[in-house]
Design a protein around this ligand. Sequence first.
Ligand SMILES: *[C@@H]1O[C@H](CO)[C@@H](O)[C@H](O)[C@H]1NC(C)=O
Ligand SMILES: *[C@@H]1O[C@H](CO)[C@@H](O)[C@H](O)[C@H]1NC(C)=O
Ligand SMILES: *[C@@H]1O[C@H](CO)[C@@H](O)[C@H](O)[C@H]1NC(C)=O
Ligand SMILES: *[C@@H]1O[C@H](CO)[C@@H](O)[C@H](O)[C@H]1NC(C)=O
Ligand SMILES: *[C@@H]1O[C@H](CO)[C@@H](O)[C@H](O)[C@H]1NC(C)=O
Ligand SMILES: *[C@@H]1O[C@H](CO)[C@@H](O)[C@H](O)[C@H]1NC(C)=O
Ligand SMILES: *[C@@H]1O[C@H](CO)[C@@H](O)[C@H](O)[C@H]1NC(C)=O
Ligand SMILES: *[C@@H]1O[C@H](CO)[C@@H](O)[C@H](O)[C@H]1NC(C)=O
Ligand SMILES: *[C@@H]1O[C@H](CO)[C@@H](O)[C@H](O)[C@H]1NC(C)=O
Ligand SMILES: CC(=O)N[C@H]1CO[C@H](CO)[C@@H](O)[C@@H]1O
Length: 656
Amino acid sequence: MSFITSLSVFSLHLLLLLVGLFLNPVISDPRGETVAQMCNNRTMTPQQRSLVVTNFLAAMDAVSPLLEAKGYGQVVNGTGNLTVYAYGECMKDLDKKDCDLCFAQIKAKVPRCLPFQQITRGGRVFSDGCYVRYDEYNFFNETLSSQDLTNCSDKEITGVNRTLFRDNAEELVKFMSVEAVRHGGFYAGFVDRHNVTAHGLAQCWEPLTRGGCAECLTNASEQIDSCLGKEEGRALNAGCYMRFSTQKFYNNSGNYSTSDGSGGHNHLVVILTVTCSVVAFVLLVCAVCFLYRKTRAKKQRENKQLGSLLMLANKSNLCFSYENLEKATDYFSDKNKLGQGGSGSVFKGVLRNGKTIAVKRLFFHTKQWVDHFFNEVNLISQIDHKNLVKLLGCSITGPESLLVYEYIANKSLHDYLFVRQDVPPLDWAKRFKILLGTAEGMAYLHEESNLRIIHRDIKLSNILLEHDFTPRIADFGLARLFPGDKTHISTAIAGTRGYMAPEYVVRGKLTEKADVYSFGVLMIEVITRKRNNAFSQDASSIIHTVWSLYGTSNHVQVVDPVLGDNFNKMEASRLLEIGLLCVQAAFEQRPAMSAVVKMMRGNMEIPTPTQPPFLNPESVLEVRKMMSPTDSPMEDQSQSSGWRIDNISESFFEPR
Ligand SMILES: *[C@@H]1O[C@H](CO)[C@@H](O)[C@H](O)[C@H]1NC(C)=O
Ligand SMILES: *[C@@H]1O[C@H](CO)[C@@H](O)[C@H](O)[C@H]1NC(C)=O
Ligand SMILES: *[C@@H]1O[C@H](CO)[C@@H](O)[C@H](O)[C@H]1NC(C)=O
Ligand SMILES: *[C@@H]1O[C@H](CO)[C@@H](O)[C@H](O)[C@H]1NC(C)=O
Ligand SMILES: *[C@@H]1O[C@H](CO)[C@@H](O)[C@H](O)[C@H]1NC(C)=O
Ligand SMILES: *[C@@H]1O[C@H](CO)[C@@H](O)[C@H](O)[C@H]1NC(C)=O
Ligand SMILES: *[C@@H]1O[C@H](CO)[C@@H](O)[C@H](O)[C@H]1NC(C)=O
Ligand SMILES: *[C@@H]1O[C@H](CO)[C@@H](O)[C@H](O)[C@H]1NC(C)=O
Ligand SMILES: *[C@@H]1O[C@H](CO)[C@@H](O)[C@H](O)[C@H]1NC(C)=O
Ligand SMILES: CC(=O)N[C@H]1CO[C@H](CO)[C@@H](O)[C@@H]1O
């Protein structure tokens, strides 16, 4: 009878648990923020390096599914001194979804340890929800190492009685170091005395023996003592993790409250024990599985939640899986192709969460640059300006490198001006807005962002337009991504015919002023709606037309005839003058982009421009022989043409 009663009470609890689960579909916190990252700096040769990177990627890829299946995973890949050992584990209070999410976050951080110039053979990342490490030796049951850290918060205790919290935390820490060992290497709970609560969690990594766990946590509890008095402290050891805090940061999704500790531990209220958490976990998993299968509606709901979790993962780290991007772009199908640039082709894609993205498939084999590439992507992705296309992340683990950008709806300025017949011509106000926005974006890249990026390929097709014609500069930062890549730099001496500053073409001298030149060309093109072809036979490029009219009253006759009289003559004249300033042959005299912005806004006087680079017809013929006569961007043919900059005499571009 009493068995039946307790069974029904149990069922009731189960039911309540399930109801609670579905009334309350909270996305919990995966605690994936990095707490500490440690990189080894043992060295190796460049030849070894690329092999180690390959093994590293294989090992990391193999850890994830193990972790998903059982909460931790250890993998060995490679042989001899190229072997990579990899390990990942989640804190045991995280549920499966949070665990996956947490690991996705820190896994993305670990490549930063990989060698670029300095060659490292090991690294660890700790977050409060999970842990990852790779190294060149079998560290799986290592308890302590010289890299272990204690991380104390710098916040002094406020709001509660400091002495009382200190005492409670001290007691908790000692208690945890014993209890976790007794309970399979995990403990989370609190000490609550005199209305002051200290929360804590301790966990040993799975491969450790009981003795190893005790050794590690004893060390941790002693190390963490130095943090008492602060709001929070963490011990980050090779074999274990321990944290105390004024906040309840762990997950005990049930009522496991025991007595107030009148037994062995005075005044100690212990709530979460490992048995309970295992039972709870099993129940949760069963419940989820049960309902997941039972009803389709709920399954969809679950999927939706997963989608938003994925989005969260995508937002919080830069790594996209190759498979997801492949699916998003329908396996890079031609119908999704948006365009072809100097460094790769671009595809439109839709992620599972519905977000539209642009995926750039790079021509370059960048696996050997993986760490550098990742770092740069990370840096560039932090650049955020209203006139720049945001880089969302990359994929480095697949067979080719991919960059993921936000998707801009309205196509490029080039399409707008020269290709599309179905759109009304851009009016003057829009052209002004586009030029000013472009200048602002460039000023940001050159002068305001702490990376000081030279774009190197400013041209009409790299200016994308939003619905309201806000311009967004695409493809910036590529020069940073491939610094040592000789083939890329020299085939292109990137940039596009007609936009390249003479000192850059002739001497390969690349400064911000080369971008300013390109901007000047673009400005004149937008105003006149004529392409600038620096290599046209009669040497009467649009720049020279504008230059020859400069100072005459006919100055504005070059403005796009489609505008008729519907434009501001003063403004047009000013912009043409600024355009000429930007394309001056002497690069020192070209204005900085911030000055261009000021002049465009009328906040700065416009100096008198000097002559643009002038073309000598003989040299033009010579160059024309070397280059194919199409109008498409140079880099598209340069790979096969073997065009060499050195052949062109310097006088070619000097003013007459
Ligand atoms: C300690 O952790 C905080 C984040 O909680 C981090 O900002 C800080 O850099 C860490 N300190 C050390 C020495 O790792
Ligand atoms: C790693 O670098 C740190 C300083 O950056 C140095 O103190 C330490 O000795 C180096 N360790 C090894 C193994 O080279
Ligand atoms: C390393 O990973 C690769 C790629 O996944 C796999 O083919 C290989 O068998 C692995 N090697 C070892 C020793 O596990
Ligand atoms: C790694 O092993 C190879 C061959 O087994 C050897 O030539 C090389 O010197 C070793 N490198 C190191 C750093 O031990
Ligand atoms: C760790 O594991 C290795 C082999 O896997 C074993 O030889 C060693 O004794 C273990 N160490 C500890 C401290 O358990
Ligand atoms: C904190 O508690 C201790 C012990 O109860 C007491 O002696 C002390 O005065 C309290 N401090 C404050 C600031 O309340
Ligand atoms: C704890 O707080 C309650 C009310 O919040 C108060 O009645 C009680 O006296 C407090 N106990 C101690 C030991 O401070
Ligand atoms: C804990 O381990 C570290 C690293 O081995 C060591 O430097 C430290 O002295 C140890 N602390 C204690 C209290 O054993
Ligand atoms: C936990 O359960 C006990 C007894 O079942 C109850 O007295 C207590 O209020 C519950 N605590 C919470 C936080 O629900
Ligand atoms: C799965 C699980 O237990 N999630 C819980 C984690 O903790 C947060 C906050 O305490 C809860 O909202 C989640 O339900």
